[in-house]
Design a protein around this ligand. Structure first.
Ligand code: PYC
Length: 316
């Protein structure tokens, strides 16, 4: 059977969280703003996302990115993010993965680059040591002190915030954030997600729990539930942006003061912010981390392969 070429991809990980960047091939998404191209991707080419993100080629934890020609020639690239269940607005760890991928391909040098995303323009600086600082889209806290009751009777109170994706952030939960507890934490945050969205916040796609880091030199440890029920191995760039917006709104972190956010794995991002509009609580967050290339592959599809289009998540 003649194999069909799906795409050439470069894989990387950022703080343990993988990113698969499509550097060649992929669907024809036309021109125009990234938000329009994302809609076209969703409507007409979702099969491509499924084929490269789902098992047996992909996995639940993988985040995908496809490079697009920028609309403004002064920008480095356009980029659309997706995962095992759908599409992401922005992705912080994924942007770091995109930057090291572009550097690996020899398409960029250290310096400041602008990337067009479906939720706005982001700036990514590739530092000479290979780390990347992502200045994200404007972020803000939408609601505070939101109380939810889960089906199992547990009650939590948290904040709803935007950091390029929508988050429900909970600090006062009494659970230990240990890698050994990820199954229980995943189950519980899935319940929280259902409960918060049942309360009229239908946009919340990620749930973030915060706790004290085991070592004193980070400011916080988190556990982040992603929309496809995987947990983020990295401290989550958009989640750290949402956290910075909440800290800024509460007056707990000064502009430009570093915030060391640790993941459940112990990998770290450093976040900082500046006010865009202090009256309305809108900040510009910058999150710094490091991504590493792990592989480069050509993805194929055999038309006779019954799982060639991907194994549906949960049979859906
Ligand atoms: O780093 O923004 C992030 C992210 C979103 C989902 C997984 N990682």
């Amino acid at each position: 059977m003649k194999l069909q070429s799906l795409a050439t991809v470069i894989d990387s990980h950022t703080g343990g969280e993988p990113t698969r960047v499509v550097v060649d091939g992929g669907p024809e998404l036309g021109n125009g703003p990234m938000a329009d191209q994302l809609k076209r991707f969703q409507t007409d080419h979702d099969g491509f996302r499924r084929a490269i993100m789902l098992e047996p080629r992909g996995s639940d934890v993988l985040v995908g990115a496809i490079l697009r020609p920028p609309n403004d020639p002064a920008h480095t690239a356009g980029v659309l993010f997706f995962n095992n269940v759908g599409y992401l607005g922005m992705c912080g760890h994924g942007t770091m993965g995109v930057m090291v991928t572009l550097a690996h391909l020899g398409r960029i040098e250290p310096g400041v680059h602008r990337l067009e995303t479906s939720v706005g323009l982001v700036t990514a600086e590739l530092h000479p040591d290979g780390s990347v600082s992502v200045t994200n889209v404007p972020s803000h806290r939408h609601a505070t002190g939101v109380r939810v009751v889960c089906d199992d009777g547990t009650t939590v109170t948290g904040d709803v915030a935007w950091g390029g994706n929508w988050f429900f952030l909970v600090s006062d939960h009494g659970r230990s954030l240990d890698l050994r507890d990820v199954d229980a934490l995943t189950h519980w945050t899935w319940e929280i997600r259902r409960a918060i969205n049942a309360q009229g916040f239908p946009l919340v796609d990620h749930v973030e729990l915060f706790g004290a880091p085991p070592q004193g030199d980070a400011d916080s440890r988190n556990f982040v539930l992603c929309p496809g029920k995987a947990y983020d191995r990295s401290p989550c760039g958009t989640g750290t942006s949402a956290k910075l917006a909440c800290l800024a709104a509460d007056g707990k972190l000064a502009p430009q003061e570093p915030w060391i956010q640790e993941s459940i794995l112990g990998s770290r991002f450093v976040g900082r912010y500046r006010w865009i509009d202090a009256t309305r609580g809108i900040i510009e967050p910058t999150v710094t981390g490091t991504a590493f290339i792990t592989g480069e592959s050509r993805l194929w599809r055999d038309p006779s392969d019954p799982f060639g289009g991907g194994i549906p998540v949960g049979g859906a």
